[in-house]
Design a protein. Structure first.
Length: 290
């Protein structure tokens, strides 16, 4: 199939893009990498009357070191993040998750902002920004908002973005000293969306865990923060009993649907298995960093 008729606007600055979107919203849609939107348009699951194509807005393609955090432009390609030594050093979780995204041609076109704004519940980046306590900068002709990742995702393909707003930047705190991170997922084939995935970052103070954040993808209508699992690790560290308790908690707090690939019960089981793997790997890396 081919998409329904639409107009394409090609701004060269953020200000121009915001003006175009403000004029044509809510019938307009932003085009970033197009790896999700274009197939949806071809199947006529999405029928925007106007596309505001951000691919010539060069100011949105950047990775900046801002001291205690990275500022990543929304049009930064996933392949650029994969190859960035700055990201690898300052946010290993973001780097590792990128390696799990689809295949090289898709990472070469897909953008971090497009993935986050699309909010596919099985995608890696939405879970990662939850685990990293990232802040999402969105703009419109009305001004700028800064939205914590915890408040950004509403449901399947649904976010806090208003029709005239563009996600322009992702603020990612750098990983603290004495910390470790891990992203693990399981899929039917390499490059497929995850049946279940977990992002973990934790900080050790001796044998105690002073901070931990866990988030899961593929097991609910949006990425899920595993706060009950976190609580067990904060209270008891990374002992075998604590990890087992975190696994049980994770399986209970996810909200998966069953489908042809996995039942509800199996996805719950996978969420627990991925939680254990992520915690163990992050803990090992934190000890090596200490």
């Amino acid at each position: 199939m081919k998409p329904a008729s639409f107009s394409r606007l090609v701004p060269t600055s953020v200000a121009e893009a915001l003006a175009m979107l403000g004029t044509h919203a809510p019938e307009a849609c932003v085009l970033a990498g197009g790896q999700s939107l274009v197939p949806m348009m071809n199947f006529r699951l999405a029928r925007p009357a106007v596309l505001v194509d951000l691919n010539r807005v060069s100011e949105l393609a950047c990775i900046r070191d801002e001291g205690d955090h990275l500022a990543i432009g929304a049009m930064t390609r996933e392949r650029t993040i994969e190859n960035s030594n700055l990201v690898r050093a300052a946010s290993p979780l973001l780097h590792e998750a990128t390696l799990h995204i689809a295949h090289l041609p898709i990472r070469s076109r897909g953008t971090i902002g497009g993935s986050i704004a699309n909010a596919d519940p099985a995608a890696e980046y939405p879970a990662v920004v939850l685990a990293l306590d990232a802040t999402l900068v969105v703009q419109s002709v009305r001004g700028e908002r800064r939205i914590p990742a915890d408040e950004f995702f509403d449901g399947v393909l649904s976010t806090a973005l208003e029709p005239d707003e563009i996600l322009t930047e992702i603020i990612v705190p750098k990983m603290p000293a004495g910390s470790g991170a891990a992203f693990v997922e399981i899929a039917r084939r390499h490059g497929d969306f995850a049946l279940a995935g977990v992002a973990a970052q934790l900080t050790l103070s001796g044998e105690a865990v002073s901070n931990v954040r866990l988030a899961a993808c593929g097991v609910g209508p949006c990425p899920i923060r595993l706060v009950n699992a976190e609580a067990h690790v904060l209270a008891e560290g990374l002992s075998e009993s604590a990890v087992k308790a975190a696994v049980r908690a994770a399986a209970l707090e996810v909200d998966p649907d069953g489908d042809v690939h996995a039942t509800v019960e199996f996805r719950r089981h996978l969420a627990g298995v991925m939680t254990k793997r992520a915690l163990v790997k992050a803990g090992e890396r934190a000890r090596q960093a200490a």
